[in-house]
Design a protein around this ligand. Sequence first.
Ligand code: NDP
Length: 490
Amino acid sequence: MTTLTFDSLNPATGEVVGSHPKQGVDAVRAAVGRAEEAGVWWAGLGHAERKRRLLDYKAVITQHLRELVKLVHEETGKPVGDATLEIVLAITHLDWAARNAHKVLGRRRVSTGMIGLNLAATLEYLPLGVVAVIGPWNYPVFTPMGSIAYALAAGNAVVFKPSEFTPGVGVRMAELFAESVPERPVFQSVTGLGETGAALAADPRVKKVAFTGSTATAKRVMAACAENLTPIVAECGGKDAFIVDADADLQAAADACLWGAMSNAGQTCAGVERVYVVDAVYESFMRELSERVTKVKAGEDYGPITMPGQVDIIKRHIDDATKSGKVVAGGPGSVRAPYVDPVIVEDVPEDSPAVREETFGPTITVRRTRDAQEALELANTSAYGLGGTIFSRNARRAMELARMMHTGMTAINSVISFAGVPALPFGGVGDSGFGRIHGADGLREFARPKAISRQRFAMPGMNLTSFARGPVEVERLIRLVTLLHGRRKR
Ligand code: NDP
């Protein structure tokens, strides 16, 4: 007999944190049905009232901060400080989305141009309806909130399927929403395993799916969505590069590199996985890095590997890297599940799994490059393209390199700082996915542009969209277009 519930476990202790229903197709359908109705009501509230409710929800989350932190700490194993930081960042995104939705999406007049002189044109971004959010376990509040807050602010109803490893905090986030919006189930959660997410993605009443997880699962979700032509936004992780140029502040770079790679046990989609250091400062940087890494401890500075199956992938990458490269810190013995101690390996071939595939663990490979240009070329050979980092004291050069990095985001002289700026869109290219959460692009991702043109008066002698049009009007049009567009620029 199949079980009707599943447990979420504390990955550090194996204790049961909570038990949740495995919601099947019928339960998912019912939730989407309720969301459809609630969405119509929510859309009808308008921007000002939604903003008030969302800011109130933000206050409710803030008031329950400690409770949510405890849940995240228990379900993921991450330290309380990291869980706090994650939720604080989610709160700032909720605040930004609520405050900016009207400005970004609200109705505005746009210029009609000379040929449309007799028209008035308006543009606005309307809600899609029901948005399904399929979330991961690594940042179980911050990551889904990057979709949920923006989708709600854009006027949609949300059905959220949290990861099976972190269902408790997902359920609680939806429960707390009802304190600010008690009238209708505008934001619901559904719990279960992969099948629950699959049922959600396959429901034709879902108008957009916001997915965060692996590239392989994103493809499966996209295939299910193709059936109904449901668009998706896919955030599928990365293999982010960290470039240290000759003029970098090496102490700051080593410090940032370690935190970017090891914090959250490396289970960060935009975490540091590959490090490229220019020849001129290679030894000095490696000295800084190897001194600092001895002080970073699994189980103290960061928690366990949240998803048990991930340990095998990390182990495979470490085994592979240490066979071909030179160990700087840790090694195969660093894997003592559920913990993995920091691992740093130099000179790992660029075509090896440890350099090509997402590791999602506290490990980095480091390579010496001739100069920053070569570092950039190597950084750009990845199939992924989520984020990346440049360390350099030359702001202009750093900006040039950042712009040439083939990723959705780049941080300069800091790591992952783009994720904390709500106005910046978050998302990747290539195997890292497509579409954007956060910022104005994140709001528009969950809305459909509505274009309206209204004729204010009939253009005398220029009625072009009529069978009454004669050669005189066409001649006038040719003269007008020649005047407006016929002059060459040389
Ligand atoms: P998955 O991509 O398998 O899962 C992500 C989410 O999708 C979960 O909520 C999962 O539910 C759900 N899901 C699984 N199968 C389906 C399906 N067929 N249809 C709809 N939804 C589905 O990631 P994992 O958690 O298994 O992690 C695997 C790898 O993904 C990691 O090794 C890491 O490399 C990467 N990853 C990347 C993240 C990122 O931030 N971009 C976050 C997490 C992982 P359930 O958990 O219940 O299976």
